[in-house]
Design a protein around this ligand. Structure first.
Ligand code: 2AM
Length: 176
């Protein structure tokens, strides 16, 4: 019998205040674009999507992540956009701190060294998905920039839930 696996990814998860601000933008965008608003507690930025990983290999991710050392940083979420290919409305930043690139680069190298490469076609474009199945509009709502202090990253598993997909935190690592 094939070994059980989990659909996992590494992500930044906002605290309640940032999640509330992002959710408010989702609601305003939904009025214009329709679609399905992501639940407030599911909002996040994916740093590395691993997909299905055999359960016996999950500890390798923990070992690889525990060796990383990256300093704390803050994100400024100050823009949003629409992707026609997957009908997503997202929020993101016009600029990103160097530490975010360092974290993602170090993370991907550590995963590859552990035999868990992140597919190369997944170029990193940091974003928070706000709406799915939305339609294009001329202009998305304006919003005051959001200051997001980042002090950890997390390993999350996607699991089916009654209202779409749910996420469960498996582990987290502090930025120093
Ligand atoms: P999305 O929000 O842009 O769809 C859980 O599904 C998380 O992993 C989401 O943030 C999702 O990004 C991301 N994700 C899902 N499939 C992915 C893939 N093939 N490559 C990169 N990220 C993916």
């Amino acid at each position: 019998m094939a070994e059980a696996s989990q659909r996992v990814f590494l992500a930044l998860w906002p605290g309640p205040e940032v999640a509330a601000r992002l959710h408010q933008i989702s609601l305003e965008a939904e009025e214009r674009c329709g679609g399905r608003c992501m639940r407030r507690d599911t909002l996040h930025i994916t740093l590395a999507f691993l997909g299905e990983v055999a359960e016996s290999r999950l500890p390798l991710i923990g070992e690889a992540m525990a060796a990383l050392q990256v300093g704390r940083f803050r994100l400024r979420i100050d823009t949003s956009g629409y992707w026609a290919h997957n009908r997503i409305v997202w929020a993101g930043g016009r600029a990103w701190p160097e530490q975010l690139d360092a974290l993602v680069g170090d993370m991907r190298r550590a995963l590859a060294d552990a035999g868990l490469p992140v597919a190369a076609e997944n170029a990193f474009f940091p974003h928070v998905t706000l709406l799915r199945k939305a339609h294009a509009v001329e202009a998305l709502p304006d919003f005051e920039p959001i200051d997001w202090p980042v002090d950890e990253w997390v390993l999350v598993v996607s699991c089916p839930s009654s209202d779409g997909v749910g996420y469960r935190r498996l582990a987290g690592w502090p930025l120093t």
